[in-house]
Design a protein around this ligand. Structure first.
Ligand SMILES: C[S@@+](CC[C@H](N)C(=O)[O-])C[C@H]1O[C@@H](n2cnc3c(N)ncnc32)[C@H](O)[C@@H]1O
Length: 209
């Protein structure tokens, strides 16, 4: 059961970014923007598991032509209420797009909630011409520990990864050689990101070699 299918959760999802999640959000976007600079020729982006469209809208503001996809109808309805970016109701396990449709595919805090991360990564790689940008909560961090401890309908349904585990999953899903770059955010210790394996939020870029 996808906890994000709950209309009440969908209606309140964006509020977290405006309040408690504001600083973490700024830092995560700064790391994602840095990872985006590794794809200077990218013009189109698909966010898989876009939720309320928070990062899809942000990518659109960065001059990318962005599209969001999510399996939750209430989340898609909320995203459509908030802006005019194109949104698609669909499953990350069977993306309704031809091979190489988008320059980039991004999954932000979505792999934690899918039943089969490797097939989801295979599908994302299939529709991405240049590569992927991933954002994942780090199991090996204080933030990951806090979320697991909080449990409940959302965090109790999540499966967390470390940077090494994420890189292994990506290499297993890719059918050719890939180059992987990752950093983690270190807030509240430091307002930046470094290649340290214990920061809370992992940002990872995956390029074809
Ligand atoms: C934690 S939310 C992240 C939303 C957004 N990326 C963000 O960071 O604000 C995870 C999202 O993944 C979606 N999701 C889970 N399984 C999915 C699947 N199989 N296909 C598409 N979306 C899925 C959920 O519906 C939910 O909206």
């Amino acid at each position: 059961m996808n906890p994000f299918a709950d209309p009440a959760l969908a209606a309140n999802y964006e509020a977290w970014y405006q309040a408690a999640g504001c600083r973490a959000d700024q830092l995560e976007k700064a790391l994602l923007a840095w990872l985006l600079t590794r794809f200077p020729l990218a013009g189109t982006l698909l966010e898989v598991g876009c939720g309320s469209g928070h990062f899809t809208r942000w990518a659109g503001e960065k001059t990318l032509q962005a599209t969001g996809l999510d399996i939750s109808l209430p989340m898609i309805a909320e995203a459509e209420r908030l802006d005019s970016v194109p949104y698609v109701l669909g499953d990350a396990l069977a993306l309704p797009f031809a091979d190489n449709t988008f320059d980039l595919v991004t999954l932000i805090t979505t792999l934690e909630f899918v039943s089969e991360p490797i097939p989801v990564l295979e599908e994302s790689l299939r529709v991405a011409e240049q590569g992927l940008i991933l954002g994942v909560l780090n199991r090996q961090s204080v933030l990951g520990w806090q979320r697991r401890r909080a449990g409940g309908p959302v965090w109790g349904a999540a499966c967390f990864f470390t940077p090494t585990e994420m890189a292994q999953l990506v290499r297993r899903a890719a059918n050719r050689a890939v180059e992987i770059t990752w950093r983690t955010t270190l807030w509240p210790c430091w307002q930046g990101w470094l290649p340290l394996p214990w920061g809370g939020f992992i940002g990872m870029a995956v390029h074809w070699r």
